[in-house]
Ligand binder design. Structure first.
Ligand code: CA
Ligand code: CA
Length: 242
């Protein structure tokens, strides 16, 4: 009886392991996306991995009225944005320029230095009026997400937030607007259809949907708190354009 049992298990074990090996070799199972196609084309998307700073405040100001143009502040975490796998923050350490020529380069560099906390030394100021900051990614990239932290030290709303990408540093060639909440066109770049939003530790995440560009520019025109324009960090998630 013992011998026949052993023989039975051996005869079963061989085909079983063969099947497993064959299944592994042919790549059957979950990871069956063709290797030669970009992840976006095969629908192989992953949640964008954003490293968030510490929250600096709770709730919204009770003594201030915010119109219907402003999105209500959510107390729930923002749903993850789905992007192709393997993206990097391609703005990290890249050169920043601005419409405010009084702000020196070493101050503007704080916009891409990785520090996005709400502390005084992390926030830079630009003069009042419509002002922009611009990041040169060094070469054309496929851009999927742009994350902006103006200043999240208190519950304020920035005006005329406009996010554009272009092929050239002067924003003449192939300019595309990815976000625009200037609904009364007071900054003169066109009537926006997006809503204003409260600055929080989550930053503002703009879906760039794979736009191909070398330059990223973001505008603002003061906030509900001040005529000045503030920045803490801008991140651009993408990959070198093929
Ligand atoms: Ca920073
Ligand atoms: Ca406006």
């Amino acid at each position: 009886m013992k011998t026949s049992y052993k023989t039975l298990t051996q005869s079963l074990a061989l085909p079983l392991s063969l099947c497993l090996n064959l299944a592994l070799a042919c790549g059957c199972g979950a990871a069956d996306a063709p290797k030669d196609k970009p992840a976006a084309a095969t629908g192989d998307m992953v949640p964008l991995d954003l490293k968030l700073p510490q929250p600096a405040f709770k709730g919204t100001p009770k003594d201030q009225q915010f119109g219907p143009i402003v999105e209500p502040l959510s107390d729930k975490p923002r749903p993850a944005m789905m992007v192709p796998g393997g993206l990097k923050n391609v703005a990290a350490g890249q050169t920043v320029t601005s419409s405010d020529k009084n702000t020196p380069a070493d101050v503007l560099a704080k916009i891409t230095d990785g520090d996005k906390e709400a502390t005084d030394q992390s926030i830079i100021f630009l003069r009042k009026g419509t002002q922009w900051v611009q990041i040169d990614l060094g070469k054309p990239h496929e851009i999927f997400a742009i994350a902006i932290w103006h200043a999240h030290n208190s519950a304020k709303v920035y005006h005329d937030v406009i996010v554009q990408v272009a092929d050239d540093a002067d924003f003449i060639e192939n300019v595309r607007t990815l976000f625009n909440n200037d609904q009364d066109n007071s900054s003169g770049l066109g009537v926006g259809t997006d809503r204003e939003f409260f600055e929080t530790f989550e930053g503002r995440l703009v879906n760039a949907k794979g736009a191909k560009a070398r330059y990223v520019r973001t505008y603002s025109k003061g906030s509900s708190e001040s005529a000045l324009n503030e920045y803490t960090e801008v991140e651009v998630y993408g990959r070198p354009a093929p």
